[in-house]
Design a protein around this ligand. Structure first.
Ligand SMILES: [Zn+2]
Length: 171
């Protein structure tokens, strides 16, 4: 019990130091519950910042087992890319390439995504830079802003390849 409380306090400090995000309910130590709360908080945060930004790009969230969460959106390459991701990206052509989405014949049915600019990539990088390891957090599905609400965006083939173990596979 005391051990649990120590983790909770550490998590609060970690979270305050790193993002400023904090969840209300750390009392419940049930992992599934914490994940659900954190995932829901991530989705709420996506909705909140989408309304402010009104950006066309995709947004994604992530959360861990103790209730921490964070969000990011597609954009420029992160300034400081974690070595793990640099190496992982090499499998599919490297940062800055179109990776598995390469479309040399300009097939209109295919959309090219640049490795390093996806919301998922930027968010995973942010988490690794915060000190997380792969597997210590899960991603939510990705969404775009629409006046009517959130529009689900499928993960691109590059993200499916790189982040297969932490993608949201729920319906
Ligand atoms: Zn992607």
């Amino acid at each position: 019990m005391l051990e649990g409380i120590r983790h909770i306090i550490e998590a609060r400090w970690f979270e305050l130091r790193n993002t400023g995000y904090i969840i209300e309910d750390y009392e419940n130590e049930d992992i599934d519950f914490n994940c659900k709360v954190a995932k829901n908080n991530a989705l709420e945060e996506i909705k909140r910042i989408m309304k402010i930004h009104k950006k066309k790009g995709a947004y994604v969230g992530c959360y861990d087992k103790i209730g921490n969460f964070d969000v990011d959106y597609s954009g420029d390459f992160p300034e400081d890319i974690d070595e793990y991701l640099v190496n992982l990206a090499k499998d599919i052509g490297g940062i800055g390439s179109t990776g598995l989405t390469s479309n040399p014949t300009n097939d209109p049915a295919k959309h090219e995504n640049i490795v390093g600019k996806c919301a998922e990539f930027r968010l995973v990088n942010k988490m690794l830079k915060k000190g997380y390891s792969m597997g210590e957090f899960m991603l939510t599905k990705a969404y775009r802003f629409r006046k009517e609400g959130l529009l689900l965006v499928p993960y691109c083939p590059n993200c499916k390849y790189m982040f297969k173990d932490i993608l949201d596979k729920e319906d």
